[in-house]
Design a protein around this ligand. Structure first.
Ligand code: FDA
Length: 371
């Protein structure tokens, strides 16, 4: 084999596909029992279930949109999440519908005046010292209390007063009646699920895929082989956490099949109060406009969790301490393992959306093989 790809997520699959197209043999090893990494979807009662959290494809990069459309047809789903705050329903992202429900304002001018008045309620001297001050200075206390505080505190497992201000650099605020969460021109859900995209990417005579296969069971053997390695697992684990652990946030998903057609009337409902232990409920059939068994629906509650070794790492915690530690691991990698490329969300310890993951993988392909 010319290349060993560790991990069959989007990054690994795009790299494997492009390398095979160029005539290189590739072995993909995957420690889970299925391909796809976190974009894996599984059909239940005719419904594509997003096993590792809601995945909505959106991008402003035309070339990435064209690239991914080679492997799937996308529907015209538009993400318009709803917030449930103790039974009160609000539209997200913050827009005229949200402001109308909160304050009864009707015109953009009225909403702007109300937000200016709200911000004045909180007299901030100097730079915001924490996330709470930052959020209130951007949007005022009402939106903060009902739509930001509880959700953010559950997400990070910390009081907003103990979270750094930089997490919220800006809060998207719109003075139009527009519930489309993303600003990108291209958006949708692949018809028939994301797993099919990965299947197509990996469907090549020069690609061999081995499931239930952990890199660390054969680490030395692989490192001594002639193959170049594309490693998309955790960079700190690669080094057996020699310099210390990078921090991650984990998630627990609780999925239920219900004998009813329609549970919540929307794909994504965020629970923004502090009491409800989960952050959101996803009702999968709404990503595909109600496809599947008309008498069944599948919902998933998402609970943020502290990450511990052995858990799935979902979100890197990119604070200063972790960024510095990550940089030290990169130095180690460059010095000791020139045959290994660390890629993807875990290998590069950064939050990549799917379009950014594809773009990053295609960049590696370009660096490796030229145009
Ligand atoms: P990914 O984690 O998917 O793949 C890595 C693979 O390597 C995994 O399959 C893992 O099992 C395997 N692996 C790790 N260690 C190994 C080892 N030692 N041996 C063998 N295999 C190993 N993006 C977006 O655009 N829109 C969205 O709506 C969302 N939503 C979203 C929700 C949630 C909850 C998360 C966590 C993420 C998103 N994303 C997203 C981001 C999206 O999931 C992300 O861009 C891609 O899945 C990243 O693909 P990677 O291949 O980098 O990692």
């Amino acid at each position: 084999m010319n290349y060993l790809v560790v991990g069959s997520g989007l990054f690994g699959a795009v790299f494997a596909h492009e390398a095979a197209k160029k005539g290189h043999s590739v072995k993909v090893i995957e420690k889970r029992s299925h391909i796809g990494g976190n974009i894996y979807t599984k059909e239940v009662a005719g419904i594509q279930v997003h096993q590792y959290g809601a995945h909505i494809f959106h991008t402003n990069m035309k070339e990435i949109w064209d690239y991914v459309n080679q492997f799937a047809d996308f529907n015209n789903y538009i993400n318009s999440p709803i917030a449930n705050y103790n039974g009160e329903i609000y539209n997200l992202p913050f827009n005229m519908n949200t402001f109308n429900k909160l304050w009864g304002v009707i015109t953009p001018a009225e909403a702007q005046a109300k937000i200016a008045e709200q911000k004045q309620l909180f007299n901030l001297d100097g730079e915001p010292k924490n996330l709470e001050e930052q959020a209130i200075s951007l949007i005022g206390p009402d939106v903060y209390q009902k739509l930001v505080k509880g959700y953010t505190e559950k997400q990070w497992g910390k009081s907003a007063k103990d979270l750094p201000a930089f997490i919220i650099r800006r809060l998207p605020v719109r003075f139009t009646y527009d519930n489309n969460y993303f600003n990108d021109p291209y958006q949708g859900i692949p018809v028939g699920g994301y797993t099919k995209i990965i299947e197509k990417l990996l469907d090549h005579d020069l690609i061999e895929v081995e499931l239930n296969s952990d890199f660390f069971s054969h680490r030395e053997e692989y490192l001594q082989s002639d193959a170049k390695i594309i490693y998309t697992g955790m960079i700190d684990q690669f080094f057996n956490y020699r310099l210390g652990e990078l921090e991650y946030r984990s998630l627990r998903f609780e999925t239920e099949i219900l004998n009813q057609d329609n549970y919540q009337g929307n794909a994504v409902v965020n629970y923004t109060d502090a009491k409800t232990p989960f952050t959101r409920i996803i009702e999968h059939k709404h990503f595909e406009f109600g496809k599947g068994d008309p008498n069944k629906t599948v919902i998933t509650r998402e609970y943020p969790e502290v990450w511990q070794r052995g858990d799935d790492p979902y979100y890197p915690v990119n604070n200063q301490r972790n960024q510095e530690l990550y940089a030290e691991y990169v130095q180690l990698a460059q010095a000791d393992y020139p045959q290994v490329f660390f890629g993807g969300r875990l290998g590069q310890y950064r939050y990549y959306n799917m379009d950014q993951t594809i773009a990053a993988a295609l960049q590696v392909v370009k660096d490796e093989f030229g145009e």
